[in-house]
Design a protein around this ligand. Structure first.
Ligand code: NAP
Length: 332
């Protein structure tokens, strides 16, 4: 049988246990051109909250009754597709279920001997690609830049800051809680970190970046984005990667009021969607993998177990109760 998590109710505000239902269905037979994947791990992403809304976005909204959309990694256990062999490991968008049937579109092979499987949906997957292309191509970092990163102890932010350090930047993180800030500085090597839950972000930012910031990599939006706007240097770049502080809003999201700082500082603010770099993922993964092998880049996954524990695990994205990339193991 295939345990699946079905998306059954569009949430207003926070998603909760009523948003999903666990189902158990027979594992389907594959047809010509298809393959069957035993999915070991699924990826939990803040973007999931946006996919639940019935509104226009960079990807179609999820249909009610569908398997919850998610990145996944697993083993091919049957194949009638010449591009995939039984025993091969692959990553793709398999959804929150134990077995996925697919025609292989969007799937690519991964090697568990090179890195643990969860890393392929974290640093060597979509998360790492977001961080790498976001900070290098959109943030256009160069040596000597002062870079500010929110969500600094999270999946994307932790990689962004480390890449910026490798490239010779001064890096300031923003994260929730003293423990996370300690992790960001002592283990990830950021220069400093602001605990937005217990410190005054504006005051600390002035102290840590007396001459202002060249790049702000924004994962959270809201008040922190507005504060960052007040500290821009001339020709600064703001990368709009996400706005997790706004995803569960029941009313309109809060936009920045300090945007005229862009004008004064001849600065720019640009949105990015990782899928636009799909044809360069290999290049990104090769670079990040090389840095990992050289000991220059740390990858951390917070792995939880049990498909039935999806709702409470998902919630950790919003409470912040985890460090690094959030992953759920859905089958032995
Ligand atoms: N544009 C793209 O293509 C793309 C691709 C992937 C991800 N993203 C975006 O990148 C961002 C980070 O994603 P991720 O996968 O790396 O998630 P993550 O950072 O691993 O997890 C989310 C983190 O956000 C923080 N957070 C939660 N609520 C917050 C709030 N109200 N204010 C400030 N921080 C809050 C929490 O950390 P604390 O404990 O520090 O609060 C939590 O750990 C998200 O906005 C996501 O949507 C965009």
């Amino acid at each position: 049988m295939n345990k699946q998590l079905l998306f059954v109710k569009r949430p207003i505000g926070d998603a909760d246990a009523t948003t999903w239902e666990l189902a158990s269905n027979p594992i389907p037979e594959i047809e010509e051109g298809q393959l069957l994947i035993k999915q070991h791990y699924v990826s939990l992403d803040p973007a999931m909250r946006g996919w639940m809304n019935n509104s226009k976005s960079y990807i179609a909204p999820m249909e009610i009754g569908s398997v919850m959309r998610a990145g996944s990694v697993g083993e091919v256990i049957a194949s009638k597709n010449p591009d995939f062999q039984v025993g091969q490991y692959v990553a793709g968008i398999g959804g929150v279920q134990q077995y996925a049937v697919t025609d292989g579109q969007g799937y690519y092979p991964v090697d568990p001997k090179m890195a643990p499987l969860p890393t392929y949906i974290g640093t060597l997957g979509m998360t790492g690609m977001t961080a790498y292309f976001g900070i290098t191509e959109v943030g256009k970092i160069k040596e000597g830049d002062v870079v500010l990163v929110s969500g600094a102890a999270g999946a994307v932010g932790s990689i962004v800051g480390q890449v910026a350090k490798i490239k010779g930047c001064t890096v300031v993180g923003i994260a929730g809680g003293a423990d996370k800030c300690k992790y960001v500085v002592e283990e990830l090597g950021f220069d400093t970190c602001i605990d937005y839950k217990n410190e005054n972000v504006a005051t600390k930012l002035k102290e840590y970046c007396p001459k202002g910031i060249d790049v702000y990599f924004d994962n959270v939006g809201g008040d922190i984005l507005d504060i960052a706007l007040t500290r821009l240097r001339r020709h600064a770049r703001i990368v709009i990667c996400g706005a997790i502080s706004q995803y569960n809003n029941k009313t309109a999201i809060k936009g920045p009021s300090n945007y005229l700082s862009l004008l004064v500082n001849r600065a720019s603010m640009q949105g990015m969607v990782v899928f636009d770099y799909a044809d360069r993922y290999k290049e990104g993964a090769l670079q990040l993998g090389t840095w990992m092998a050289e000991g220059k880049l740390k990858s951390r996954e917070a792995i939880y177990e049990g498909i039935e524990n999806f709702p409470e695990t998902y919630n950790r994205l919003f409470t912040g109760d985890k460090k690094g990339k959030l992953v759920l193991k859905v089958i032995e």
